[in-house]
Design a protein around this ligand. Structure first.
Ligand SMILES: NC(=O)C1=CN([C@@H]2O[C@H](COP(=O)(O)OP(=O)(O)OC[C@H]3O[C@@H](n4cnc5c(N)ncnc54)[C@H](O)[C@@H]3O)[C@@H](O)[C@H]2O)C=CC1
Ligand SMILES: O=C([O-])C1=[NH+]CCC1
Length: 316
């Protein structure tokens, strides 16, 4: 008899996912991914179905890690024009790798938010100047918030600059962050002298120029996950040392990579594995498009903890 899968909500995910534990897990997972077959990660480039009539996209992201024996598929809808609903809605289907049964349906919006910030934190740990004090967030939505929280694991920022398409959204985020936050009127103002820059916008044409970026800064380029979308101008991609989450995925999905014709120096996993250098004194870009393995590892932590303490969660 088939068992009904558990349903794990976004609120439960947020309670169960410990950021430090996830950072260690994702760092190991990114390293394993870059080992190829030896790393035991199976993850095809995601399938994206454009829903042009409604200006949306559906991504399907299956992945398996033999190291943790964890199997999951994320189904993620991203609709940049959503107003009353989140622009990303997702579900992670967690299956038993031994027999294929569906164990759980886990809210994937929360997993996407948290794991993307943590993947950028892994890159930042290796690629940013350890003495970083000024953080800039370009975009003030879900990912801006999760990146701020994730990067706080590594740095204590004196100033957090925010620029977004609407000043109101930047002001709302600044209020949440508190006295270190500063709302900026332009991208140029926001990135001047910044040590770490995070681009988490829905821009489809470049918003960040090379001439505005301090030499030696580290940029987590997180938005623009379609081949014709960009956040960084070509010269910035060409002049920086470019790292990525997946070479295969970024070569097919990242407009910043494809349209600039830049070289990708390394996958962050190759740095983690000690095969490529972390050139943190130079201007570095970590281009991420998002990886199924990050969802698989997050879902595994959530599901295992839920099975241990799930029934007591509602009381917390
Ligand atoms: N690399 C990865 O693993 C992932 C990447 N993403 C990408 O990250 C980006 C942000 O996602 P969310 O925070 O969830 O979206 P969101 O809808 O919550 O926030 C987007 C923010 O960007 C601002 N914005 C939009 N266009 C802009 C522009 N031209 N200039 C400046 N600000 C602009 C909006 O006002 C809003 O504050 C998206 O491009 C998304 O597709 C999302 C999930 C995973
Ligand atoms: O990895 C992910 O889930 C996504 N990347 C871009 C849109 C959603």
């Amino acid at each position: 008899m088939l068992q009904a899968p558990k349903y794990i909500s976004g609120e439960e995910v947020e309670k169960l996912l410990d950021l430090k534990e996830l950072l260690t897990s994702i760092e190991t997972g990114l390293g394993n991914y870059s080992k190829g077959k030896d790393g035991g990660v199976v993850q095809p480039v995601r399938l994206v179905v454009p829903i042009e009539k409604h200006h949306g996209n559906l991504g399907v992201m299956p992945g398996y890690s033999s190291f943790e024996d964890a199997l999951a598929t994320k189904v993620v809808a991203f609709y940049p024009e959503n107003k009353d609903l989140p622009t990303h809605q997702a579900w992670v289907l967690m299956q038993d790798p031994t027999n294929g049964s569906l164990n759980a349906i886990i809210d994937g919006g929360s997993i996407t938010a948290i794991r993307t910030g943590i993947a950028s934190a892994v890159a930042t740990k290796h690629l940013a100047n350890p003495n970083s004090h000024i953080l800039t967030l370009l975009g003030a939505g879900v990912q801006a918030r999760s990146h701020f929280k994730a990067l706080l694991l590594l740095h204590k920022f004196d100033e957090v600059r925010i620029f977004s398409r609407t000043r109101a959204s930047a002001q709302k985020l600044a209020k949440e962050i508190g006295k270190t936050a500063k709302v900026c009127s332009s991208v140029e103002e926001a990135v001047e002298d910044a040590d770490i820059i995070v681009t988490v916008s829905f821009a489809t044409t470049p918003i960040l120029k090379a001439e505005w970026v301090k030499p030696g800064a580290h940029i987590n380029a997180v938005g623009a996950c379609r081949p014709d979308w960009r956040e960084l101008e070509s010269s910035l991609m060409q002049q920086s040392v470019v790292y990525c989450d997946s070479r295969e995925a970024c070569s097919q999905e990242s407009g910043d990579v494809i349209l600039s014709g830049c070289d990708i120096y390394a996958e962050i996993g190759e740095v983690i594995n000690g095969e490529k250098l972390a050139l943190w004194e130079k201007t570095t870009v970590f281009k991420s498009v998002g990886m199924a393995i990050e969802d698989v590892l997050s879902a595994k932590i959530v599901f295992d903890k839920y099975m241990r303490i799930g029934s007591t969660l509602a009381e917390k």
